[in-house]
Design a protein around this ligand. Sequence first.
Ligand code: GLP
Length: 240
Amino acid sequence: MRVITLDCAADIGRAAGEAFVQTVLRKPNAVLGLATGATPLPTYAYMADACKTGKVSFKDVSTFNLDEYCDLPKTHKNSYYSFMFENLFSKIDVDPDNVHFLNGNAPDDRAESARYAAEIEAAGGIDIQFLGIGRNGHIAFNEPSDRFTNDAFKVQLTDSTIEANSIYFDDVPMPHYAMTMGIGSIMRARKIILVATGKSKAEAVRAMVCGEIDPHCPASILKAHPDCTVYLDPDAASLL
Ligand code: GLP
């Protein structure tokens, strides 16, 4: 795990965004694993700008998002599907047929997990996976637990996650369940970029970087990945 502390969120957006741009320049049909949350926004702004100025084209990439809420229509403004179109897909030349999401409303979550795993495999596997981190060390929606997961699954969200994310829900209550890629799906990506900013992430970052590999801090598994880069701002790095 390479840990790099930069001055501010904009610098992190440039560094992480450039990693995605370089991947696509080297491999125009790259498979991108994408994340939601506030922390990825400067990275998505950088990627959109790189596309607008003609530095890179995303027209042949495929994308797979990490997770999606259950019991929320896909078109609701708080779905991760809506988030991705609003913040990235509407601003780059990606083919909407090549973007993939877990279906949080699938009637059979095991079949949905198998479908997603098969689609990732058919696309050739994820070339570069983007991650944020939750205050409790979660990645995607892999909450702290007694074991590391493998493929996608349906998860009951923890109080910490519900408290952190419910600020975005003003018209409907925040869902308590989500479909998420598992730790195995994330670890199979060829390259991983994790971004974290702000004091509220400092303890999770400390546990991830300095602690043992432990499913009670799911992000700690990233230390076992051969090509994982973590970009932090000084606040997120403050307990290292
Ligand atoms: C959600 C997402 C995660 C994300 C986390 C942190 O729980 N499922 O993928 O990393 O939020 O989000 P933020 O960047 O807004 O702090």
